[in-house]
Design a protein around this ligand. Sequence first.
Ligand code: AP5
Length: 210
Amino acid sequence: MRIVLLGAPGAGKGTQAEVISREKNIPTISTGNIIRDALKSGSELGKKARKYIEAGHLVPDDIVIDIIRERLSRPDCKDGFILDGFPRTIPQAEELERMGVHIDRVIEIDVDDEVIARRMSGRRVCPSCGTSYHIEHKQPKKRDVCDNCGDTLVQREDDRPETVRERLRVYHEQTAPLKNYYADRNKLYVVKGQEDVNDTIRLTLAALKS
Ligand code: AP5
């Protein structure tokens, strides 16, 4: 199954992707995580992406498309995958089609902007393995320590309130039009993001079965 997760920054795409990946035994491809790894390693990609990420803007389409083309060519994608954070613009979706990638379902996680702003301020992430936590809704077993790898959790640079506001603006302008794009192709399923993560998980898994 080839799945796209759509939704505003902080809507919970990564959280749902983790569950679907386990349930369906398919990999998650998060362009955000790939770019953050590149920032950390100081690679050429990281150098190019830094100024966009820090401003809360999208990285240019050609850079992200190259990342996806390479990632989807790997053997672990042959039985399906979850795209978390790609496509994010209409040209990215069109390019995916041109690559011959057939998407089965697009799940939009719909959450109000005010809720998003609250969630992002409580998010903590593991700088080593990328696992995401929340200070109220998804706490690690030991405070500020990653359950998976034991590294100390941090707040993402782009989770600062002013950057979050800019990311939401960019989302409404450049990414939200993808809802109609996929609705026109009969692929869009909307899941209303709930306050409790487990309720959202239940709705997402139901949407995948319908
Ligand atoms: P990316 O990492 O994709 O950021 P994003 O879309 O802004 O999404 P987030 O990772 O911030 O949030 P999420 O929806 O995964 O939420 P999460 O599950 O963590 O991209 C970062 C940057 O990279 C972009 O700004 C851009 O510059 C660049 N980029 C990436 N892809 C690109 C592309 N295709 N084109 C161009 N540029 C690109 O949840 C958030 C928090 O809420 C967590 O703490 C979680 O525990 C909590 N939570 C989740 N669900 C619930 C719930 N139901 N109830 C309560 N709490 C919840």
